[in-house]
Design a protein around this ligand. Structure first.
Ligand code: NAD
Ligand code: MG
Length: 385
């Protein structure tokens, strides 16, 4: 039976992995909407290849260019934030939410409001919106499937028992490319060094997050919302080989883990086929060739991000959204060469601690206001540092 899919963030790393799987199973899928930020050429190419109904470019001023690139194809072209939400709300059996950053929140919520299945890669959206998103999922009868490899692993391990019987959830972290660097070396880390991830090939923003450990911090908050066992039961362990993607320990002392290659097509396939399974082009797991799996506790002295995320999650309300927004601004500044690597965590900590946070957001509009407010404060901080 053919199923329909929209891919938000089609030109990115997760978008490409998703479309690779669709390409290998072309007859099983009909593509509804594809979206991108500003890469008109790639978006139009993908829309033509997959025969999408509509292609949406986030930047308003690129509508003419997108129309030109799609001329004669019969594919609808649209641009801007409202068009992004409209396309996300179009009926589709599954919506792959793979935009990076809180910019993806509006489209994710638009998809959730249709009560459809949303495969969520866009962790920043859930971190910012928190209960506002989980309540919308409940209200509209939507299904949220975790794409993030750790959360996908936990989701799979939770098929083996009840949430109420979970003793702990352990998120594994690769530790990123700068895992063994000293504090002094971290001060000198360049964008090229920070995005050179040893195990995963990902977009620039999540690669920097992986180097700072903010990725694991965001994932801690993401797990807290997706698997409500209580923050105190969610642990982090550094596991440099990235073979075990996460674990769930039950009250009887059994720990279930999900293992696999460091390729996002595995968790994406698990979402696309859920609750069944589908083929992927992965080699069989060869543990003898891998030889060793090692584990150690995170060092929050050198990488304070997981502590900051845990504190923000404990504080709740506007704190997680503020942490996320400040981090987005700081990462962009680091990638632009404007601040040193270690300033990222310092900036996030200062934005969280220097002013009183707004009250807990109750609606999407309030979540977006918290995000804007934190961005403004983080940007102002950049002027002064
Ligand atoms: P990426 O930078 O490779 O791609 C991002 C996509 O979003 C692109 O299609 C881009 O055009 C679009 N986009 C960017 N800014 C936008 C904006 N303001 N408005 C609309 N569209 C915009 O990122 P990625 O690595 O594919 O990551 C996407 C999301 O998935 C992130 O939230 C990331 O944390 C999460 N994720 C990624 C991986 C991975 O392996 N890449 C793994 C787990 C989770
Ligand atoms: Mg992850």
């Amino acid at each position: 039976m053919t199923r329909s899919i929209s891919v938000l963030g089609a030109t990115g790393s997760v978008g490409a992995s998703t479309l690779d799987l669709i390409r290998r199973n072309r007859d099983d899928w009909r593509v509804v909407a594809l979206t991108a930020h500003s890469n008109v050429e790639d978006l139009a190419k993908l829309a033509r290849e997959f025969g999408a109904d509509i292609a949406v470019i986030a930047q308003d001023n690129l509508l003419g260019a997108l129309r030109d690139a799609l001329a004669g194809s019969g594919i609808e072209a649209a641009a801007g934030r409202a068009a992004l939400c409209e396309a996300s709300a179009r009926p589709a059996d599954i919506v792959m939410a793979a935009i990076v950053g809180c910019a993806g929140l509006g489209p994710v919520m638009a998809a959730i409001e249709q009560g459809t299945t949303v495969a969520l890669a866009n962790k920043e959206a859930l971190v910012s919106a928190g209960e506002v998103m989980t309540a919308a999922v409940e209200k509209h009868g939507a299904t949220l499937l975790p794409v993030d490899s750790e959360h996908n692993a936990i989701f799979q391990c939770l098929q083996g028992g009840k949430l109420a019987e979970v003793r702990t959830i352990t998120l594994t972290a690769s530790g990123g490319p700068l895992r063994t660097w000293t504090k002094a070396q971290l001060d000198e880390a360049t964008p090229a060094q920070a995005i050179a991830h040893p195990n995963w090939d990902m977009g620039a923003k999540i690669s920097v997050d992986s180097a700072t450990m903010f990725n694991k911090g965001l994932e801690l908050i993401e797990a807290h919302h997706m698997f409500p066992v209580g923050l105190d039961k969610i642990r982090i362990v550094v596991h440099p080989q990235s073979v075990i993607h996460s674990m769930v320990e039950y009250r009887d002392g059994s720990t279930l883990a999900q293992l696999g290659p460091s390729d996002m097509r595995v968790p994406i396939a698990s979402c696309l086929a859920y609750p069944a399974r589908m083929d992927t082009p992965m080699d069989p797991l060869d543990l003898a060739a891998i030889g060793e799996l090692t584990f150690h506790a995170p060092d929050e002295e050198r990488f304070p991000a997981t502590r900051l995320a845990r504190e923000a999650s404990q504080a709740g309300g506007a704190a997680p959204g503020t942490l996320n927004a400040a981090n987005e601004v700081a990462v962009a500044a680091f990638l632009a060469g404007n601040i040193p690597f270690s300033r990222i965590a310092l900036m996030v900590e200062r934005v969280l601690s220097e002013t009183e946070l707004p009250p807990a957001p109750q609606t999407l509009e309030e979540v977006l206001r918290v995000d804007e407010d934190a961005r403004r404060r983080a940007s102002a901080m950049l002027e002064t540092c």
